[in-house]
Design a protein around this ligand. Structure first.
Ligand SMILES: [Zn+2]
Length: 358
């Protein structure tokens, strides 16, 4: 190096031993007469290399950095009336860029350890909750699906596969599309087998249709409640010790779930009228996937004008469902806050803080 006019600073040099051995003695390394410290991990080109190359230290560092970025951005975006989901996703891509830096290098090794996968998705959750405007109590699986964010370990592996295929005789755009579809298939398998988010899985069973849904717009605070069941429902509030019992406040139903509120409670019958006229019968939970996801593209007729008519009808139905959700949950939430302000509730639970779950 000296022949090329370069000088090494021994005091700034460090080393890490890459090995699978559990017991070994650190070598004594000297450079320019000075001993070099041997460390358990060290940073090289932005990646934290640890002695076993399982990248646990790297994941810890990038997840902490992503959490800090999300937290800083989150303070600028209140959940209820913050920026649109598009802007949120743009801002949250900053967090993803921290999380997935150099992922082709570490994706395969890091994803083998469950704790790395959990750490990566935990760092995504607070971003997903901001994008999807849902309660913090929503499961990680539901929040990521609502925010249309594939789990970070799947995204990391997708980038690795794209990098590996770049020499193939096809365009990068085609490779990216194929690999994103492969990621969505993997995500669908996880979604199908999780025991979490039962209601959200019922509302959004097909991840690809949800991710590629046309006319995507910001998920409203009330729509997030309708799709997760976490919101102004006595069943949810009772489970979170925010209500004395799960009984519906508007009828005789002993268990006021999201399903009861949106589809069965007679108190909101007038708010369901438009939807019932659209579908020609009482609305049922099983109708919702087709309403919010739109028609399956491969089932649409080839005739362009028929296709447009069906798509316009589907869009009208989706907007009508949105209006129904806003009408019911908007009024129900008002009733809920009045109850929380009432003396009855103060008597029931004097230690409660209503802002804890928002
Ligand atoms: Zn009711």
């Amino acid at each position: 190096m000296q022949d090329n006019g370069l000088q090494v600073a021994p005091q700034k040099s460090e080393a890490v031993v890459l090995t699978n051995k559990w017991a070994y003695r650190d070598p004594v390394l000297t450079l320019g007469g000075q001993q070099i410290s041997v460390k358990p991990s060290m940073r090289y080109l932005g990646v934290q290399l640890d002695k076993r190359l399982n990248f646990g230290d790297h994941i810890r560092l990038v997840t902490a950095a992503a959490r800090r970025a999300v937290s800083a951005l989150g303070r600028l975006m209140p959940n209820v009336q913050g920026p649109s989901a598009c802007k949120s996703r743009l801002l949250m891509s900053v967090a993803h860029s921290k999380l997935l830096y150099a992922s082709p290098v570490w994706a395969l090794a890091a994803a083998r350890a469950a704790r790395n996968r959990v750490a990566l998705s935990q760092a995504q959750i607070s971003a997903a909750i901001r994008v999807a405007r849902c309660y913090r109590t929503v499961s990680d699986m539901a929040a990521l699906v609502l925010a249309r964010m594939p789990p970070a370990h799947l995204l990391a592996d997708e980038r690795r596969r794209i990098e590996e295929r770049k020499k193939e005789p096809t365009t990068v755009a085609v490779i990216r599309r194929q690999e994103r579809e492969a990621t969505l298939r993997e995500w669908q398998v996880i979604w199908d087998h999780t025991e979490k988010a039962a209601w959200t899985r019922r509302m959004i069973p097909d991840i690809s249709r949800w991710v590629y849904q046309p006319n995507q717009e910001a998920i409203t605070f009330h729509m997030a409640q309708a799709l997760t069941g976490h919101g102004c429902f006595q069943h949810y509030l009772w489970k979170r010790r925010r209500a004395g019992d799960p009984h519906c406040m508007h009828c005789d139903e002993p268990d006021d779930t999201v399903e009861h509120t949106l589809f069965n409670c007679p108190f909101w019958a007038e708010d369901r009228r438009e939807m019932e006229q659209c579908v020609g019968r009482p609305l049922q939970p099983n109708d919702v996937p087709d309403i919010i996801l739109g028609p399956e593209q491969e089932l649409l007729p080839d005739d362009a004008s028929r296709r447009r008519r069906i798509e316009a009808m589907a869009e009208g139905l989706r907007l009508a469902f949105g209006r129904m959700v806003e009408a019911i949950l908007g009024r129900k939430e008002d009733a809920e806050w009045k109850y929380l302000d009432s003396e009855d509730f103060a008597f029931f639970n004097s230690s409660f803080s209503p802002l804890t779950y928002l």
